[in-house]
Write a protein that binds this ligand. Structure first.
Ligand code: ATP
Length: 463
């Protein structure tokens, strides 16, 4: 079973490369570990995921405000948030036998140890010193160096003099916190309300791996939802349901999602409750897809103390106070991987094995492909172009496909998840049967079934 699943991930990665979804970053120079580039179809799927998220969490609600903060921020932001210290470091350990650098917590977990997440650096050091039973996942030996803290932020200099330090942001969340006052002053929101942001984040991961799962440059979709302290549990439950609805909207099956309630002794010091939403990735098993944390008033309080600027909400009656915050945090790349894993399907059609992506229609890179039955018949091509142009004007993501025969086109479109293929044939021209004039066939990806539809009905049929 595991072997099949490993194999499934390999097939997905190879499909992604072959069909223009995902390429290795800087590939012609041998790549850059932990970076991937999205090809034409990948950027379409990725944008669809982000657009649907924005529709559901921002445009679809009255209590959310969008934001797009700068990636580079004053270094004081990261001091106040605790990212420059040990708080945003991973414990790293080198295997003296094979020279591989590992994350110490991952090695312990792979050795079956539990209660690992809340350990201090000293506790990690103790475990590896006394750990005759901890073997290297790569070479199976037991010869460890000293565990050290490694900060995950990419540092950079700002300006020609390079006299000011900054960082590529490791999360989008702090951009939201530092703009809390700006949003309150400009929009006068009523509590509870949220600020949402989608954007790039960068982490110098010790061991980037598993395709898009752990990379050094990725995108996040994050919300900081501000509440009164007394309401946090009630609002937590509501957002919890919204997160589940989002995963269903991505087409992820319930059985492939698991919620991990982070035990109290593993919680970050400021968090009173955290749930990790895990997905059952092929060849990997359940691991984090998204996080959901109650972060108390920790972040706004820290920024108020460090900046001297009041980060308060003033109720209609009463005194200004620092709201508490709930944080749903989603990785776009992990959603992208989960969507592909869920959609990847092999079945038998017409006596052949076919591979197709059973993507939800709202996520598919192309909604529909249009083609003339034969490429060398100008009258068919002209009619097909007419249909293509009108659908493209309406939907935008419409493919023109006249390569090879119709069977090959269907396979190709199946493989990239296009839900519908439209073919313009001689009947469309009404040459033999005038009743069929201006009708086309629509072929459905999942069933392979075809139906005949009048061109004038196409837009409503596909909407
Ligand atoms: P992990 O424990 O897997 O390292 P995390 O708990 O550090 O993740 P958060 O800081 O909560 O992750 O970030 C929120 C979300 O951002 C994660 O749920 C994940 O979807 C995404 N994410 C975090 N780090 C990476 C990464 N290196 N590559 C891809 N996505 C990431």
């Amino acid at each position: 079973m595991k072997e099949n699943q490993d194999n499934k991930m390999d097939k997905i990665v190879s499909l992604c490369k072959r069909r223009g979804f995902v390429f290795q970053g800087s590939e012609i120079y041998g790549g850059l570990k932990g970076t991937w580039d999205l090809g034409p179809l990948g950027v379409a799927l990725n944008n669809n995921i982000k657009r649907e998220w924005w529709k559901m969490f921002v445009d679809g609600r009255e209590d959310m405000y969008g934001l797009d903060a700068a990636i580079l921020m004053n270094e004081k932001v990261w001091e106040a948030s605790g990212h420059t210290g040990a708080g945003f470091s991973d414990p790293v350990v080198v295997c003296n036998a094979c020279g591989t650098r590992h994350r110490a917590d991952h090695v312990l977990k792979e050795n079956g140890k539990t209660g690992v997440d809340g350990l201090t650096l000293e506790q990690f050091q103790m475990k590896f010193k006394s750990g005759a039973d901890i073997i290297c996942p790569k070479c199976q030996k037991r010869d460890w160096g000293e565990v050290k803290n490694f900060n995950l932020m990419f540092e950079t200099q700002v300006g020609a003099e390079g006299d000011m330090k900054s960082y590529l942001r490791p999360e989008t969340a702090q951009g939201i916190f530092v703009n809390f006052k700006n949003v309150v002053d400009s929009m006068s929101p009523k509590l509870p309300f949220g600020i949402a942001q989608v954007g790039k984040a960068f982490r110098n991961e010790i061991a980037p791996r598993e395709f898009l799962f752990r990379v050094r440059e990725f995108e996040q979709m994050e919300i900081e939802y501000f509440v009164e302290e007394k309401d946090w549990q009630e609002e937590f439950e509501k957002l919890h349901l919204d997160i589940k609805a989002w995963h269903a909207h991505l087409g992820l099956k319930d059985e492939n999602i698991r919620e991990y309630e982070v035990p109290e002794n593993d919680l970050a010091h400021y968090s009173k409750r955290t749930i990790d939403f895990e997905y059952n990735y092929p060849g990997k098993g359940f691991d984090e897809l998204a996080g959901f944390a109650y972060r108390t008033d920790h972040d706004l309080k820290s920024h108020e103390e460090a900046s001297g600027v009041k980060m308060r909400y003033t109720p209609a009656e009463g005194v200004p106070f620092i709201p508490h915050v709930l944080e749903p945090s989603f990785g776009v790349g992990r959603a992208f991987t989960a969507v592909l894993a869920e959609a990847y399907t092999e079945d038998e059609m017409g006596g052949e094995i076919r591979t197709y992506l059973k993507l939800p229609i709202h996520l598919a890179p192309y909604k529909v492909a249009v083609s003339p039955l034969l490429k060398n018949k100008p009258e068919l091509v002209a009619k097909a172009r007419e249909v293509f142009v009108s659908l493209k004007k309406e939907f935008g993501n419409v493919a023109w496909d006249d390569n090879g025969n119709v069977g090959k086109r269907y396979r190709r479109q199946d493989e990239i998840g296009t839900p519908y293929c439209i073919v313009i044939d001689f009947d469309t021209l009404g040459e033999e049967n005038p009743n069929l004039k201006d009708t086309v066939t629509i072929r459905h990806r999942d069933t392979g079934e075809q139906e005949r539809v009048h061109i004038s009905e196409l837009i409503s049929k596909l909407t």
